[in-house]
Design a protein around this ligand. Structure first.
Ligand code: 5RP
Length: 265
């Protein structure tokens, strides 16, 4: 692997081989998502605990301090909205030149396997990988499901992750699901887990994150279950313990309760 590519991946993936990315890209199709109306304020207390920030160039330039931020994964796909015809109809919205100008550690885009726009999104990924490789810029593929959250099972997600890896993605972001080992084992590049819509309890989040890590994920790209939670800093710290300190779900719960009690966040 070329030096630049290694260096960028090394900024994102920590020496223990694990990572905790904080995504705040939801506005690119959802608008001012709850608790992300002012992204700069939302992330301020969370930044010290994130190994990377997944964000669009617009929010990066307007809300993120260039002198105080973790490595950036730039979301470079979009062009749809939650009220439009089809969320899967994305294109590449940001050039690799722009990504390099912003000195990002990686770029990320969604693929929509099984949708009417499967072919377009997969070719977009392949082209982005070609360009990324030329400049030592890693690509994170996001296995998106649009509004069809019920698609999140091992059969479907293992198909998506494998295709993303075959097309050259350096990291794949997918959802946790039952039998998650099937997803990870079929994917020859590192897999990180998204959180999806906010869970009922924090324990649910800790349980699936722990399970996913045991089954081979290298970490998280998890947003709403942190920043939509009333105690986001406590969530970050507890999840970080699972990712980087081998904490169990119960251990994470204890850290969470302790942090919450001390009203640290
Ligand atoms: C949304 C995304 C998010 O980065 C991804 O879904 C992770 O966030 P969450 O944990 O809130 O699901 O790609 O466009």
């Amino acid at each position: 692997m070329d030096w630049g590519m290694q260096n960028r991946l090394g900024r994102l993936i920590q020496p223990d081989g694990h990572c905790f990315f904080l995504p705040i890209d939801h506005g690119y199709f959802q608008g001012p998502t709850s608790k992300l109306e002012k992204p700069g304020e939302t992330i301020k207390p969370l930044i010290p605990y994130a190994d990377g920030l997944f964000v669009t160039r617009g929010v990066l330039r307007s809300c993120v301090d260039p002198r105080n931020c973790p490595p950036i994964i730039l979301r470079v796909s979009g062009g749809t909205s939650i009220i439009g015809k089809d969320l899967a109809h994305e294109a590449i919205t940001t050039s690799v030149q722009e990504a390099l100008r912003l000195n990002v550690a990686a770029v990320g885009m969604s693929i929509f396997v099984g949708s009417d726009y499967e072919h377009d999104s997969l070719l977009n990924l392949a082209k982005l990988v070609d360009e990324g490789q030329s400049y030592g810029l890693p690509v994170m593929a996001v296995t998106a499901v649009g509004k069809e959250l019920e698609k999140r099972d091992a059969r479907y997600l293992s198909l998506c992750c494998r295709i993303a890896a075959e097309l050259g993605a350096n990291i794949v972001k997918t959802y946790w699901c039952e039998n998650f080992d099937r997803v990870v084992n079929g994917c020859p590049v590192p897999v990180v887990m998204a959180g999806g819509p906010k869970c009922e309890t924090e324990r649910e989040v800790f349980e699936f994150v722990y399970d996913g890590m045991q089954k081979g994920a290298i970490g998280l790209n998890l947003g709403r279950n942190v920043w939509q939670h009333p105690h986001p800093v406590a969530m970050m710290k507890a999840l970080r313990a699972i990712i980087h300190e081998k904490a169990s779900a119960k251990g994470a719960e204890e850290i969470f309760q302790e942090e919450k009690k001390e009203k640290k966040g």
